[in-house]
Design a protein around this ligand. Structure first.
Ligand code: FE
Length: 258
C-alpha cells in the first residue's frame, strides 16, 4: 500500500488515529510443555525453510511465525527454536534432517519458518514439534496444533491453547503462535527504531510501513519480509498499536530516536 507520496499529507492521514487508544497487555501465561515424542533428533541444521525437503510436489506451504516472549510479555531475543515434523505424506525422516531445522528469534523476539503442512500419521492429529532454548539455557519442549482438525478431539495430547491461529489462503496456510517462556523478556536490543523499511534510518519513507504494521503483523510481514514488525513498537509494550503513533510521529519529526 502506498500511503501517500507527499509526506505531509501522509502525516495528516495518520492524525485521526492519534485519538484512538488501546489497552495495555496483561501478563502472558507460560506455554504448556509437551512430550518431545520418539522422533526428536539432535544437531539439526540451521534452516528456516523446509519446503525444499518435501519428497513430493503435492504440498501446501505453511508459515509458522510469531514471537518468543517472557511471562512479562516482553520479547526474548536469541532463543533457539528447533522444529521437526512429519512431511506431507505423514512420514518422519529419522535418517537425515528433512523437515528438521533450527532458527533463532531476532532482536525483537520474532521467528519465521517456511515449511509444508505436515501430513497425518496413525494415532495423532496434525501437529508440529518444537524445542525452544532461551539464550540463558531454559528449555521448553512442546507441540503446535491446527484448528478445526477432525482428529483433535481424539488425540490425548492435543490442547487448544497450543493451537496456532491459522489463516488459509490459495497460496498458503499462515500460522501464528506466541511462545511464552518462564523468564523475563531480555530484548534490550529491540530498539523500536521506527525504521519500518529496514533501510537503516527513520524518515518519511517509513510511514507506509508503519501504517501497515498498525494494520497487522501479517500484512506487514508480507510486504517487508525480514524486517522486524516490532520496529514499530515505539512504546515497547510488545505490540504495534495506536499507542505507538505519538512516539513514532515524534521520532519522525526529530529525524530519529535514541
Ligand atoms: Fe509427532
Amino acid at each position: 500500500m502506498l500511503l501517500h507520496s507527499n509526506p505531509h499529507i501522509a502525516l495528516l492521514m495518520l492524525t485521526p488515529l492519534l485519538a484512538l487508544g488501546a489497552a495495555a497487555r496483561a501478563d502472558c501465561p507460560r506455554t504448556a510443555a509437551q512430550t518431545e515424542g520418539p522422533y526428536f533428533k539432535k544437531n539439526s541444521p540451521l534452516k528456516d525453510d523446509f519446503r525444499p525437503d518435501a519428497p513430493t510436489e503435492d504440498w501446501t506451504h505453511l508459515i509458522v511465525r510469531g514471537r518468543v516472549v517472557g511471562t512479562d510479555c516482553l520479547p526474548l531475543a536469541d532463543a533457539k527454536l528447533d522444529f521437526w515434523h512429519a512431511d506431507e505424506l505423514g512420514e518422519y525422516d529419522n535418517e537425515t534432517y528433512r523437515m528438521r531445522g533450527h532458527l533463532f528469534s531476532n532482536a525483537c523476539g520474532e521467528y519465521y519458518l517456511d515449511t509444508v503442512v505436515p501430513g497425518l500419521y496413525p494415532g495423532r492429529t496434525r501437529h508440529i514439534h518444537v524445542k525452544l532454548t532461551s539464550s540463558s539455557g531454559l528449555v521448553l519442549t512442546t507441540q503446535l496444533y491446527f484448528p478445526d482438525e477432525e482428529r483433535n478431539k481424539n488425540d490425548g495430547l492435543y490442547r487448544q491453547d497450543l493451537e496456532m491461529a491459522i489463516e488459509k489462503s490459495d497460496e498458503n496456510w499462515d500460522g501464528v503462535f506466541e511462545f511464552v517462556m518462564n523468564l523475563k523478556g531480555n530484548a534490550a536490543d529491540c530498539r523500536s527504531s521506527g525504521d519500518m523499511n529496514c533501510d537503516g534510518a527513520l524518515d518519511f519513507t517509513d510511514i507506509d510501513g508503519f501504517v501497515m504494521a498498525l494494520l497487522g503483523e501479517t500484512e506487514y510481514r508480507e510486504q517487508y519480509r525480514g524486517c522486524a514488525w516490532l520496529n514499530g513498537d515505539m512504546d515497547r509494550d510488545g505490540d504495534v498499536d495506536f499507542d505507538d503513533i505519538d512516539p513514532f510521529v515524534a521520532c519522525l519529526i526529530d529525524g530519529g530516536c535514541e
